[in-house]
Design a binder for this molecule. Sequence first.
Ligand SMILES: CC(C)(COP(=O)(O)OP(=O)(O)OC[C@H]1O[C@@H](n2cnc3c(N)ncnc32)[C@H](O)[C@@H]1OP(=O)(O)O)[C@@H](O)C(=O)NCCC(=O)NCCS
Length: 153
Amino acid sequence: MNGSINGLEIRIYSETDESAVVELWRLVFPNNPVWNHPESDVRRKLTVQRELFLVATVESVLIGTAMAGYDGHRGWVYYLAVHPDFRRRGIGEALMRRIEDDLTEMGCHKLNLQVRAGNSEVVEFYKKLGYRVEDHTSMGKLLSDGTNYQSVK
Ligand SMILES: CC(C)(COP(=O)(O)OP(=O)(O)OC[C@H]1O[C@@H](n2cnc3c(N)ncnc32)[C@H](O)[C@@H]1OP(=O)(O)O)[C@@H](O)C(=O)NCCC(=O)NCCS
């Protein structure tokens, strides 16, 4: 899959990627809730399964991300993003395939993900990769007011 675009590399995030990742996320996820503070989310991920935080680069320019985790039962993926100028060239799929391979190698049997209501194009993307809409009610609860959550150095 990496051959579908010249110079594409998918690799584990490194600290020097932070500003490029934050810039990409602010562009691609402008409406994320305030508790999704990009710098803190990046730094927190480095403390838990940092090997499941991937970036895609073309000629060394960062143009994609995917962040995953495995809790011993299921895998989850977040922050899948491809820069708008590089979409529909197989990069999103390549990131997801790499996440799937890495999780499978860890013994993970099923990968779950959530798509915000109204993001129907992304649903089509995931369907193309074999994901199915499941009959679950998605629930969540904030465990703090977010004050300390955003202050990761
Ligand atoms: C979702 C996203 C990562 C896809 O990245 P991408 O690199 O453009 O995807 P790919 O080129 O690998 O697409 C693979 C296939 O998925 C399908 N697909 C991708 N984008 C699609 C769209 N907007 N509408 C319908 N189908 C789509 C197509 O079948 C495509 O193959 P094709 O181009 O040969 O037809 C990208 O659109 C993105 O960053 N979106 C905004 C961020 C976001 O919402 N992320 C998901 C959070 S849950």
